[in-house]
Design a protein around this ligand. Structure first.
Ligand code: XMP
Length: 493
């Protein structure tokens, strides 16, 4: 009989994506019919269970807008000032707004001439403008069709001669359907929104309504605005407050190790003061989850799985991601706290395995960093196009102000102990096609397991353990790939 050399070496094994596969099961679910709707936090539901990472080379407002329009959620990074963050949240929130708010409406002054108004509309890129007096009262509406030369309007006439003065207006509680019907019925393109005293408060446009209709799966708040998350430090209550006031839907308490007394105290304090949901991370064990379930609206999992992470090699600590997710989910699922698997996802198969392990949604960085919507320029190296992608614990990112994620004081340049690298990732084109591949692959996994919803899939899915021979068999093998597939690149091994 063999004694272990030391009890210290009687250790459990932890698994990651490549160690497991989903066991195929009898199915009556066609992949196209699999419903990916899920909960990312207590009060936020998304149409596809996918989040873009809070990293300065992944998610700013452009990414967050695109993610929400296509059914997921973007989480704005926090390597920016509070003012910049508030502005970024505002951009997401106003992107698909039904009612353009007063401040942003191009209006004409009744004193202006037809020519002046025409020039102003051309400059601002709008096709019409409410004519409003200094009190804010709506006197009429002018559109470029009222000004076209064949109507023989004299360009020096005051705008009041050319405008339509019987204005169709709407009240502030108008919904998209009613606004559409109103414009359709009167064959008009825009409707000023007024209060009880006929004072202008905003504008609804047909263009805006049609744009909203394009995004059937969009994730919106109660007011119809796109949803977004934002990363905050547990030690920056003022940033959390500002994000909450600016309308962020979820605050992500953004740390590399949330199973830490100070982090939990800070997070708990923030959660007790803000309206927004509060998701706390990252953790990777059952015990950590147990400390969070009584106050967190969601728990984010990942200690070192990320593509640009060096946490595990630098610190010697970490937890392979499938085990980390399964452990956290064991506790969190019992308390109905959603779980987000963050990092290490290279393929759609990894994403759906994370859900099988117990996650409700997944967060990705490298997968999206090469898209048009990610911040940063496309660069060409050796004839191939790339975009920059860097860890938030890399020297470059920490220098731009994020060092407290890794719990370090502001160091001198050579004192940084980074836990991430700065890299380049292949340029990929539009986010929409990446999301399409990711979601389609996940639906396919649900089809193989025979589950039509995420919750059914979490129940029904089972793993098998894969040997290294099995792992080699899973990938394209013994061939030379001649055409790139949109969802598989052996590079990302
Ligand atoms: P992927 O694999 O999707 O991972 O690129 C994105 C996630 O990685 C985490 N992250 C880091 N982890 N050092 C780390 O150890 C870093 O510098 C770093 N930057 C980001 C983060 O959780 C992100 O969502």
């Amino acid at each position: 009989e063999h004694e272990p050399y030391s009890s210290k070496l009687e250790v459990p094994e932890a698994l990651t994506f490549d160690d497991v596969l989903l066991r195929p099961k009898e199915s009556r679910v066609e992949p196209d019919d699999a419903d990916l709707t899920t909960q990312v936090s207590t009060n936020v539901e998304v149409s596809v269970p996918i989040l873009s990472a809070a990293m300065d080379t992944v998610t700013e407002s452009d990414m967050a807008v695109a993610m929400a329009r296509h059914g997921g959620l973007g989480v704005l990074h926090r390597n920016m000032t509070i003012d910049e963050m508030v502005e970024e949240i505002g951009r997401v929130k106003s992107a698909d707004e039904l009612i353009i708010p007063f401040d942003s409406v191009v209006t004409a002054d009744p004193e202006m001439s037809v020519r002046e108004v025409d020039d102003q509309m051309a400059r601002e890129g709008v096709g019409g403008a409410p004519v409003v007096n200094t009190n804010g009262e709506v006197l009429g509406i002018i559109s470029s069709t009222d000004i076209r030369p064949h109507l023989e309007v004299n360009e020096d006439d005051p705008v009041t001669e050319a405008m339509t003065d019987e204005v169709i207006t709407a009240s502030e509680d108008i919904d998209p359907r009613a606004a559409f019907d109103l414009m359709y019925e009167h064959k008009i393109e825009r409707v000023p929104v007024v209060d009880d005293e006929n004072l202008l408060v905003g504008l609804v446009t047909m263009q805006g309504i049609l744009q909203r209709r394009e995004y059937e799966e969009a994730v919106r708040d109660e007011d119809g605005r796109l949803r977004c998350g934002v990363a905050v430090s547990p030690f920056e209550a003022d940033r959390a407050e500002a994000a909450d006031e600016a309308g962020a839907d979820i605050l992500f308490i953004d740390t590399a190790h949330a199973h830490n007394k100070n982090v939990i105290e800070g997070a708990r304090e923030i959660a007790s003061t803000v309206q927004a949901d509060v998701v706390v991370g990252n953790v990777g064990t059952r015990e950590a989850a147990a400390e969070l379930v009584d106050f967190a609206d969601g728990i984010k999992v990942g200690i070192g799985p990320g593509s640009i992470c060096t946490t595990r090699v630098v610190s010697g600590a970490g937890m392979p991601q499938i085990t980390a997710v399964a452990q956290v989910a064991d506790v969190a699922n019992e308390h109905d706290v959603p779980v987000i698997a963050d990092g290490g996802i290279r393929y759609s198969g990894d994403a759906i395995k994370a859900i099988a392990a117990g996650a409700d949604a997944v967060m990705l960085g490298s997968y999206f960093a090469g898209t048009d919507e990610a911040p940063g320029r496309v660069v060409t190296m050796n004839g191939k196009k790339y975009k920059q992608y860097r860890g938030m614990g890399s020297v470059g990112a920490m220098k731009s102000g994020d060092s407290d994620r890794y719990l370090k004081e502001e160091p001198e340049d050579d004192e940084y102990v980074p836990e991430g690298v700065e890299a380049a990732t292949p340029y990929k084109g539009s986010l929409q096609s990446e999301l399409h591949q990711l979601a389609g692959g996940m639906q396919s996994g649900m089809g193989y397991v025979g589950a039509g919803t995420i919750s059914a899939f979490k129940e029904r899915s089972e793993f098998v353990r894969v040997s290294s021979a099995g792992q080699a068999e899973s990938h394209a093998h013994d061939v030379v790939i001649t055409d790139e597939a949109p969802n598989y690149s052996p590079d990302s091994d």
